[in-house]
Design a protein around this ligand. Structure first.
Ligand SMILES: [Fe+2]
Ligand SMILES: [Fe+2]
Length: 169
């Protein structure tokens, strides 16, 4: 029998704390993207509204995945207050710039959690978080591509409407 190898399945306190914090950040991401969907809704841009609502939904799934992992490690999730997003945008370009900035912060936050797991030699959590970090490559590049498209559209409102229509298809 291997004693002291890997140890308890329960998460160490600081790893659990980092994962719980990440749960909160994923819920905040969802809330933030939902608020961006509302900006587009207000403008009557249904395609972009749908796109950001889908992003909001994906963030709930990220939070849910973390919650499942915490439970699988025989540990308790603590759901904290989710901050309200306070953004004001003047263009679709700004929305996507803010979204990209936010994803970069999420990548940083996941990296810090991974470092905590590394210090604790918690290889299960390291592997789990690595999956989330890998996904961030796509998350960041998704919003970068929209920044580029919106930069091309610039102030041309008609192009924005045409672009939005393409997204509803
Ligand atoms: Fe996420
Ligand atoms: Fe994301």
């Amino acid at each position: 029998m291997f004693m002291g190898f890997g140890g308890d399945i329960m998460l160490k306190d600081n790893v659990l704390k980092a994962l719980n914090l990440q749960v909160n950040r994923e819920f905040y991401s969802s809330y933030a993207y939902f608020s961006m969907a509302l900006y587009f809704k207000d403008k009557g841009l249904k395609g972009l509204e749908k796109l950001m609502k889908k992003q909001a939904q994906e963030e709930i799934e990220h939070a849910s995945g973390l919650v499942d992992y915490i439970y699988n490690r025989n540990s308790q999730v603590s759901l904290e207050t989710v901050e309200a997003p306070h953004f004001s945008f003047s263009s679709a370009f700004e929305v996507f710039e803010t979204a990209l900035e936010h994803e970069k912060n999420i990548t940083k936050s996941l990296s810090l959690a991974l470092e905590t797991a590394e210090v604790q030699r918690d290889y299960m959590t390291q592997s789990f978080l690595q999956g989330y970090i890998d996904e961030q490559v796509e998350e960041e590049s998704f919003f970068s591509s929209f920044i580029k498209k919106c930069a091309l559209i610039k102030e041309d409102q008609l192009s924005l409407i045409v672009f939005d229509n393409m997204l509803t298809e």
